[in-house]
Design a protein around this ligand. Structure first.
Ligand SMILES: Cc1cc2nc3c(=O)[nH]c(=O)nc-3n(C[C@H](O)[C@H](O)[C@H](O)COP(=O)(O)OP(=O)(O)OC[C@H]3O[C@@H](n4cnc5c(N)ncnc54)[C@H](O)[C@@H]3O)c2cc1C
Length: 364
């Protein structure tokens, strides 16, 4: 989406035939609008920059805004606020902007700057504007017309870009973990550690690798190397645990899907037998259920990533107004910036906070 200020009018331009394509599919159609526990640590990016914006337009402000349109999201796990239907969010946003003009199904190919004005170049026409807000998002989900135009515009005006990477996305496996592929469709509750970050939640095995909320959050932080998974976050399992006196087998004693335990044991060449019959060597392997370190091959890629991490670096953006410090009249908001949030309503909140702050200071 582009907001252009022309002759005291605001024009919203978007390549899609309707606005807010991502909002429509967000939260599985129930739009996880925001979160009650928002703070800069939930984001990748410059902490002070992010804090400034979130303090000036908080999750409470988002809820107040939508309440005016009769939308009262329900608070769910981890402080996430979900709506009944994403379409109601879109209707509210469209109504709030009904006095402005919309140019839909129009792809921006280039921006030029001439005699103090921006020239927005579409396929079939050019539009001249005094001010330009770039809210073109990231490059994930290309089927929704995502493009790299925001980064191209930023570079044109000498802004620096942090390399865009897929995030909130599944992770692919190295050969040693291909045994997980046969578990496609199984999910379990896990705790995943990458460097100093720990995410707990559901994890899902798929033919491509691992996915689910705990993995998606880990993908936000993951750059290279290993992650460590605790497949049994609620069980204290050491060589001294009572569990080793059990006559029953791991598949009966350990409360995770049987197929998972079997495949896990099998990957070490261990059979499912009475707990008390395991050797110390075998116990040490089974205890790895608590700290399974595995290298990651990569991600499921931009086609399946909920967001793009990286983007326009924020040190050249005014944290109050979101105006470029390099080019007057040029603004960047939302996911196109180098600010990326965890799963749970953090990214829409960032889009709302940055957008509202830019709008507050936008003068005709
Ligand atoms: C499947 C999915 C589910 C999600 N669920 C949630 C959720 O529940 N909660 C949450 O907080 N976040 C969620 N997100 C992330 C969230 O949707 C985005 O972070 C947020 O929409 C970013 O807002 P934005 O305005 O910066 O960019 P976008 O919403 O991506 O909007 C950018 C717009 O720019 C337009 N555009 C791009 N290039 C051009 C061009 N060259 N010319 C013209 N127009 C162009 C695009 O068509 C698009 O409409 C989800 C994302 C996905 C993909």
């Amino acid at each position: 989406m582009f907001g252009a200020h022309i002759k005291r009018q605001i024009l919203f331009a978007d390549a899609n035939q309707s606005v807010g394509a991502k909002i429509k599919i967000s939260g599985g159609g129930k739009c996880n609008l925001t979160n009650m526990h928002i703070n800069p640590q939930n984001y990748l990016g410059d902490e002070a920059f992010i804090k400034n914006s979130l303090d000036s337009f908080s999750s409470g402000d988002t809820l107040d805004f939508f309440a005016k349109y009769g939308i009262f999201p329900t608070k769910k796990d981890n402080g996430q606020y979900f709506c009944d239907n994403s379409k109601e969010v879109l209707s509210a946003l469209i109504l709030a902007n009904s006095s402005h003009k919309f140019l839909l199904g129009s792809r921006v190919n280039d921006i030029r700057f001439d005699k103090g004005s921006f020239i927005v170049c579409f396929e079939d026409k050019n539009v001249t504007a005094k001010k330009l807000i770039v809210a073109s998002g990231g490059i994930s989900y290309p089927k929704l017309n995502a493009s790299n135009i925001g980064y191209k515009i930023a570079e044109k005006f000498a802004h620096e870009i942090k390399t865009p990477m897929p995030a909130l996305v599944g992770l692919t496996l190295q050969k040693e973990q291909f045994w997980m592929r046969e578990l496609s469709g199984i999910s379990l509750h896990a705790r995943i550690k990458y460097e100093n970050f720990v995410y707990e939640g559901d994890m899902l095995f798929s033919h491509f690798g691992i996915s689910g909320p705990a993995v998606l959050n880990t993908s936000l932080r993951w750059e290279r190397g290993k992650i460590e998974i605790d497949f049994l976050p609620y069980l204290d399992l050491t060589v001294d645990s009572f569990i080793w006196n059990e006559k029953r087998q791991p598949t009966s004693v350990i409360d995770v899907p049987k197929r998972f335990i079997k495949a896990f044991l099998n990957s070490f060449g261990i059979v499912d037998k009475p707990m008390r019959s395991y050797s110390n060597f075998e116990k040490e392997k089974i205890i790895l259920l608590k700290k399974y370190a595995m290298p990651i091959a990569g991600t499921f890629g931009f086609n399946r990533a909920e967001i793009t991490k990286g983007g326009v670096k924020t040190y050249d953006i005014n944290p109050k107004t979101f105006e470029s410090r390099v080019q007057k009249g040029l603004y960047f908001i939302g996911e196109v910036l180098d600010v990326s949030g965890e799963l749970g309503g953090y990214n829409l909140q960032w889009a709302f906070s940055s957008g509202a702050n830019a709008a507050k200071h936008f003068r005709f």
